[in-house]
Design a protein. Structure first.
Length: 194
């Protein structure tokens, strides 16, 4: 691993972070971003696209997950919680029939009380009974955010592989480029001193 403090004319404010860590950190961030974007658009967007396709934009036209042909997976349920990414677009037409308060178990209550200071019961939605729709005023935003257009999973996988190759290349190339730049600065300094 090359450290950036080994150059005569190039200083990085005394940082001990290596170039390799910086390069691979940026690559890891890009990979996480690609995976999160694909998950959100492809997986979470299924329910949104199904509701838009069936024109469920009023409480009267709302449909259950079963009728939409979409499973209420753990990721979907998390995204539908208050403040979740899907709860901004999808509304429940029959909250009285499908929402109930669930008491927390002893262990989860103790952990929450320790970390959060309170351990109130939580409201849970039964998505087998819930009728979902996208309100008319949020229809356009939901359509734009979750439209099917975008890179497919093989394209994302190819980008991840090419990104890894670029990160490997940069891991070896950037220290050499900085070394050449340092030598060039030293050469210009010696010319100016003559």
């Amino acid at each position: 691993m090359n450290t950036v403090s080994a150059y005569e004319n190039i200083a990085f404010a005394g940082s001990s972070i290596t170039l390799t860590v910086i390069i691979w950190g940026v690559y890891a961030g890009l990979v996480c971003g690609c995976i999160a974007a694909a998950y959100s658009k492809d997986f979470l967007g299924r329910a949104v696209r199904a509701l838009l396709m069936r024109q469920c934009n009023t409480p009267e036209s709302a449909l259950t997950m079963e009728k939409l042909g979409v499973k209420a997976s753990f990721g979907f349920r998390c995204a539908m919680r208050d403040g979740g990414v899907l709860s901004k677009y999808i509304a429940v037409a029959n909250p009285d029939e499908c929402r109930y308060e669930k008491e927390r178990s002893g262990f989860s209550r103790a952990v929450l009380k320790f970390f959060a200071g309170s351990a109130e019961n939580r409201t849970v939605t039964d998505y087998k009974k819930a009728k979902l729709y996208i309100p008319e005023d949020k229809k356009f935003a939901a359509d734009v955010r979750y439209e099917k257009k975008g890179p497919s999973l093989p394209v994302i996988a190819l980008c991840i592989v090419l990104g890894a190759a670029a990160a490997v290349g940069l891991t070896f190339a950037v220290p050499k480029i900085l070394e050449l730049l340092d030598q060039a600065i030293t050469a210009f300094k010696s010319i100016g001193e003559k």
